[in-house]
Design a protein around this ligand. Structure first.
Ligand SMILES: Nc1ncnc2c1ncn2[C@@H]1O[C@H](COP(=O)(O)OP(=O)(O)OP(=O)(O)O)[C@@H](O)[C@H]1O
Length: 596
């Protein structure tokens, strides 16, 4: 019951009064339906098929028919009956459309709410959660929640219909109706355990759906590894096992659903037989009453069974719905800044400082600091390079500079002002970041460039492409700038993608350019060209670089050497390189040996 109220609250919150207008219209339809059934009495009586002795109450209701001449009486009743049925169906259609609007509107509403919450969650949230789980929430779980809305609206329709028809039945014969209601109540109580089981199955369905998506996402991402290491059979085994689990769960759910529906149907037949017997022998019911009760209950009973069905459906879907709601809450709790303000990019004029910065990854649950007492100054409009062994903390420090990670202790200062919730968005607007794995959308090169700078002219785009040594190969593509990436076999190499992403970063004219192994996939010739281009940018923007290939940072104004999360060397490249005992000297030596 509390689950139903929870669902009602959510839909009410979205649909507001439309929901009640619909409920009211449903009530009206049910009344029309009832009147249609009541009309069967004078109809049958006038047709003379069966001689019906109407009781006092019914004769009052239909007294006005007595004033109509008998030869036109039947056609009048028939016309009224047809009109009622037409009215009822027209209204029913409109309600169905409105309900669909509520259902799909609510579906979209949850989608937007969830995606909005997700996009504004902080970086830590994305580190903590599996990507496939996030996709699962946005696709499968939200879709299941929407199916729940459909069941909920169906449940409401059945409920209203049932209540009204029970009202009419009570009016016709309270004793027989009470008897039927008691039987129905017993059946509902008996079927309660099916609801519990439905929730359990829903939970299982949710967990398996999540595992399934996580598994296939990992496998499609790692398909190259799977093929080259002949892992196909072990992966197939996993796939067979999980799909079998999903199949079993669906069969179990159908078994559950059909058993409760079967109970209702068998009970319905038994009850109808009992009514007729008891009504005739104990209550001495009249033919008209008896007939109406049978008609009403044979129509009503499937609805009662429908209520049980909808309740079971809602119960199975509830775990998914609650999971989506919890997920939204988690995203909101991890929100990184307030929206709605006009955030103008911040230009760094003097320096960015990391002051006594300590940082630990929450997910690592360890006492080891990924950044340990970091004190560095990154001068504006100069090039600073971070080097160090794998795992030294280079990417973590860059994430901190971009405000993606927050220090556990210490602070980040932008021209002396602490980086905080208030200025983080403005600061990010002035940064262009080029990761090692360049990301391009599956749209044309031009549209990819326009994403960061919607007003850029083609000339500016070509300049940026020239800068990143990409202009030449883009010109040779079938549609030049309009070539869609990933379309009809247009597959760009890693180096080509890196160069387009670099052009995109430059096009934005950032105040700070962050290159995280951004030229690692380039050949020596193209890398040298980019080095020269970066050299020209010095003095115009702050450049922060991570590079494993040390030859690429020779021109850096400052080199920061990290090891195990601490700064162990800091200074100008030439000076640090000369210190053969220092880490940079060691790294240079081993790279030179490797290239021999
Ligand atoms: N998401 C994460 N959760 C937990 N620990 C992490 C996470 N990311 C990085 N770490 C840990 O933090 C430390 C620093 O990692 P970081 O990625 O900053 O190193 P890096 O110098 O950039 O390495 P690489 O050159 O291999 O990219 C490592 O010990 C790493 O295991």
């Amino acid at each position: 019951m509390s689950d139903l109220i929870y669902f009602l609250k959510q839909i009410h919150h979205y649909a507001g009064k439309v929901l009640y207008i619909n409920l009211f219209a449903m009530m009206f339809i049910s009344l029309l339906d009832g009147v249609g059934i009541l009309l069967l009495i004078p109809m049958i009586s006038m047709s003379g098929v069966v001689e019906i002795e109407a009781n006092e109450m019914l004769s009052n209701v239909f007294s006005f028919f007595n004033n109509i001449p008998s030869n036109i009486g039947l056609p009048v009743i028939l016309v009224i009956y047809v009109l009622i049925v037409v009215g009822q169906n027209v209204l029913q259609r409109s309600i169905t459309i409105r309900n669909t609007k509520i259902q799909h509107g609510f579906f979209r509403h949850i989608r937007i709410e969830t995606y909005e919450a997700l996009l504004h969650a902080n970086w830590n949230f994305f580190i903590k959660n599996r990507k496939s789980d996030l996709i699962n929430f946005l696709t499968a779980e939200i879709a299941r929640s929407s199916a729940g809305t459909h069941s909920f609206l169906q449940f409401m329709t059945s409920l209203v219909f049932t209540v009204i028809q029970i009202g009419i039945a009570l009016w016709l014969s309270s004793s027989i109706t009470m008897f039927v209601l008691l039987s129905g109540l017993v059946l509902i109580l008996f079927n309660r355990k099916f609801l519990k089981k439905s929730v359990e199955l829903g939970q299982k369905n949710y967990t398996m759906g999540r595992e399934y998506l996580a598994g296939i996402t990992d496998q499609i991402n790692g398909i190259k590894d799977i093929k080259s290491n002949s892992l196909e059979s072990s992966r197939m085994e996993w796939f067979r096992k999980i799909t079998k689990g999903m199949q079993d769960e669906q069969i179990e759910y159908t078994k559950l659903k059909t058993i409760s529906q079967m109970n209702y149907k068998i009970a319905s037949a038994v009850l109808i037989a009992l009514f007729i017997f008891i009504a005739l022998s104990a209550f001495h019911a009249q033919a008209s009453q008896l007939m109406l009760i049978i008609v009403i209950f044979s129509r009503l009973w499937p609805r009662v069974a429908g209520i049980q069905g909808s309740l079971e459906q809602i119960a199975t879907i509830l775990p998914a719905f609650k999971a989506v709601k919890n997920f939204q809450e988690e995203c909101k709790n991890s929100r990184e800044f307030q929206l709605g303000k006009d955030n103008k990019p911040i230009h760094i004029n003097r320096k960015i400082e990391l002051e006594d910065v300590f940082f630990r990854y929450e997910s690592s649950q360890s006492t080891v600091y990924a950044l340990n007492e970091i004190n560095i100054v990154i001068p504006a409009n100069k090039m600073t390079a971070f080097v160090g062994r794998s795992g030294a903390g280079k990417s973590t420090i860059i994430d901190m500079l971009m405000g993606l990670n927050q220090p556990e202790r210490g602070r980040v200062l932008l021209d002396g002002i602490p980086l905080s919730q208030k200025n983080i968005l403005s600061f990010r607007k002035s940064i262009s970041y080029v990761p090692q794995e360049p990301f391009l959308f599956n749209i044309s090169i031009k549209e990819n460039l326009e994403l960061v700078e919607p007003n850029a002219s083609e000339e500016q785009m070509w300049d940026a492409l020239e800068f990143s040594s990409a202009a030449e190969f883009v010109r040779e593509l079938p549609n030049g700038l309009d070539t869609v990436i990933g379309d009809r076999g247009i597959r760009l190499s890693g180096g080509e993608r890196q160069r387009i992403v670099l052009a995109r970063a430059i096009l934005r004219k950032p105040s700070m350019l962050v290159l995280d192994e951004a030229t690692s996939a380039l050949d020596t010739e193209n890398e040298a060209k980019i080095q020269q281009a970066l050299e020209k940018l010095k003095g115009k923007m702050t450049i922060v670089v991570i590079a494993h290939r040390l030859s690429t940072i020779r021109n850096a104004d400052q080199v920061v050497v990290l090891d195990k999360g601490s700064v162990i060397q800091n200074g100008e490249f030439g000076r640090l390189a000369k210190d053969k005992q220092g880490m940079l000297g060691h790294l240079l030596e081993s790279q030179m040996e490797a290239s021999l």
